[in-house]
Unconditional design. Sequence first.
Length: 364
Amino acid sequence: MVQLNLIISRLRKISFFLFLVPTIALFLSILAANILVTFKFDVDTFYSNNLPLSINCNAKNDFCAYVDKAEFNYENKLKRVDLNNAPLDTCGKKLYHYVLIDNQKLDINEYKKKYFLKTKINNKFIDKNINYFVDISDKEKTNCIKYSKHYNVYKIFPFPYELVRKIKYNSSYTAASSIAIFPLIDGDTSISNLVKRFPINLMFKTLLYLTSILMLFYWITYQKIFEKITGQKKMSKFFIFGSASSVFLFFHILLLGSEFDADWFKKLRRLIIVSFILCELIAQTFLVRRIYLIKNLLHNYTFRSIIISKIIFVITIILITIIILAILSVMNLSQKVDYILEWNYFLVLLIFYLLSSIMWKKNN
């Protein structure tokens, strides 16, 4: 009896973490993607303490008619920052470009309009002393954390901000979307498209590998419990299909993000994920059937109401799966609807394990 109680206690813990870990993986992936895509802070590429810079406008440079020419590339004339080592608050205010002529300060566009005839300066102004300047304006830079409401937090806890910046501007990073998303409702992206990208793939795949291991132990533990209660050593069908589902999940995660562009490889990945879903559904079906058949033996170990809930839930999921497959076979749903169904379907499947966690009594 003591040994059985220990096995049941282990199952309750495994079931809970089997619900919690993939749930965290999915929502943490969405959160991480949204933090990265909405993070706009960056350092300046130069110091502003050597401003203003000035260039004399004369016949050699067409009186500054083309400020995009190499000699007007002011950034090359400014002191550079080591972007790898510069803190995030290394930033100044916006730069101001203007022309000074006869002590009159003009915006560059205003200067061209007033002193030029098309692309050439008016000849009556060629003897004037004209200088082009780059200086600091009074306007704050929108991508500078120093001028944002986050700065007070950054001064105390700079590490998370610096980490996000380092990840976002890493050459391996690509965003799944250009805006913040919540695909369970808006269907802006698929699970695989979101979680296959750096750095989300590192977190997601690690947690899902753990999930596949937990899933295997889940079915092994259920097998042991029923052997103890019924005295039968026969390998259960739910154990066979459940173990297979954990193996298919492992290989699905292993191949996730692989950029092998071949039809057979795409079909293999599709076969693996479909096999995982089918084996999981079949295993859960055989499990609730077995629970129902020996419900009298489980009276002292389980909550009857949760058993009924689990049976109803499995039946509901099977019906929903059949309905979805029937709809997909006759209709071409929009991509957004497909993605909404995908996210919600996989999250709902995790309730299997939550019900298993609360179905068994703590002490018998």
